[in-house]
Unconditional design. Structure first.
Length: 447
């Protein structure tokens, strides 16, 4: 247990003492429920909140001795994705790489990892009333049972890791993952997607990495699990920290992965200005990508009227809703819209010129891909979450509860903020006060 797990005091959040995982569900705080009065509009019908669970106690209950100092950080980040777990009100969620931030040193941003021993985990939760209960947690481990960690993989491709104060360099770890999407297969294993290697990861029911599928040419070596280069090489041009974020499983078993942001083709400026990203279809049976689709964002000021920077557009969740149909979440950190698309055979661009990084102009550079002959996926707006009272910011996970209801989960970034002021003089977190919540939204016309 972290030496700071007991007696912690936060400015914005309640106190909870550390206990073993078996009784983590005892950490509860109450949330508030809200609903609009107009039945013709989408409404929030429930909001449930995760209580304060010291990160050291959580991590060490899963893998003893991994965290020696959690710096006052509580469990968070489980809002990277959410999928139904079978029983009513129960869901599987997944953390991202763990607490991290940015601090400028000599005018350049450094990526900080205040709890470098943190290991990403699959977390099973239950929504009961206004509380989120932790039912179970599964650490993600290597073939030999060691923690994968959330540290970056490769110098030159990933940001260099630093200590909480950005003063001490940390070591890269080829096993590290930044998990951002989750589905559970029929055999009880899990599929995850990650942002570092823009990879698809198959893990056992108990969290052991079985295979990590990465783009051709990534050359990820030194891992303690199998790595297969089975994804298009064009994905090597992903924007830093903008790899795969959404993952869905279609009724037939195929997986669909969403590249969070447009690729940096031919360069970062082109990617930042682009509104065209990509979805990929992967067959677990064939262990191969079988289709690729061009997806076009709406203008950024349509998705978020307060934003004018196109590079803030992201896909953070994709949800299968029957047949080859998906809900796709377009978002900024403050707003989100859910679009309905159908994956059609005639929209497949896999293996065409757009997968060749020498093609000019690139797919990302096209002002109007459809006019240039690219079969962009057609979409229909289902709900603008930015107009629904009670929906928090930074929604990263969406699950379908029933025909009329969605469950949304936010990423609270473990209560962290960027900048040197994120920690006090003793190196303890100054918590942002942002909680992890599961929000139910009823759609008047269903899906």
């Amino acid at each position: 247990m972290s030496p700071h797990a007991v007696g912690r005091r936060h400015v914005h959040r309640s106190v909870a003492a550390g206990v073993p995982l078996a009784v983590l569900a005892a950490f509860m705080v109450s949330g508030t429920a809200s609903a609009a009065d107009d039945p013709s509009q989408a409404q929030v019908t429930r909001t449930a909140t995760l209580g304060d669970i010291p990160l050291g106690a959580f991590s060490n209950a899963l893998l003893p001795g991994t965290v020696d100092d959690d710096r006052g950080v509580d469990l968070g980040g489980i809002g990277s994705d959410i999928c139904p777990a079978g029983r009513k009100g129960e869901f599987w969620t997944v953390t991202d790489r763990g607490p991290n931030g940015q601090i400028k040193v000599d005018g350049k941003k450094r990526r900080t990892f205040p709890v470098p021993g943190f290991d990403p985990a699959i977390v099973k939760i239950r929504v009961s009333g206004d509380t989120v209960h932790v039912l179970d947690a599964i650490p993600i481990t290597t073939s030999s049972g060691k923690p994968v960690t959330g540290l970056p993989n490769q110098p030159g491709r990933d940001e260099a890791p630093y200590s909480y104060d950005a003063q001490t360099p940390l070591t890269y770890n080829a096993n590290g993952v930044d998990t951002e999407g989750i589905v559970r297969a029929g055999d009880g294993s899990f599929w995850l997607v990650d942002e570092y290697g823009r990879s698809l990861i198959h893990v056992s029911a108990r969290g052991k990495v079985l295979t990590r599928y990465v783009p051709e040419g990534l050359n990820l070596t030194g891992t303690d699990y199998p790595v297969v280069e089975a994804l298009p090489a064009v994905l090597l041009h992903r924007k830093t920290n903008r790899g795969f974020e959404g993952l869905a499983q279609l009724p037939g078993g195929d997986l669909v992965m969403a590249v969070q942001s447009p690729l940096s083709l031919p360069d970062g400026d082109a990617g930042d200005a682009s509104r065209t990203t990509r979805l990929l279809r992967f067959s677990p049976k064939k262990r191969a990508v079988t289709a690729e689709y061009a997806y076009r964002f709406d203008p950024v000021n349509v998705v978020d009227p307060s934003e004018d920077d196109t590079s803030e557009l992201k896909i953070s969740s994709v949800v299968a809703v029957g047949g080859d149909r998906l809900l796709v979440e377009e978002r900024t950190d403050k707003a989100a819209r859910l679009q309905l698309v159908k994956l059609t055979r005639d929209a497949d661009i896999l293996g065409e010129a757009w997968d060749d990084d020498t093609t000019s102009p690139s797919l990302e550079q096209l002002d109007d891909p459809a006019a240039a002959g690219v079969p962009v996926l057609r979409k229909r707006l289902v709900v603008d979450l930015g107009t629904v009272e009670g929906v928090p910011g930074k929604i990263e996970g969406v699950a379908r509860v029933d025909h009329d209801t969605l469950a949304l989960i936010n990423d609270n970034d473990f209560g962290m903020t960027d900048g040197a002021g994120a920690f006090d003089a003793q190196g303890r977190l100054i918590d942002s006060g942002i909680e992890t919540t599961v929000t139910y939204v009823r759609l008047p016309r269903g899906i």
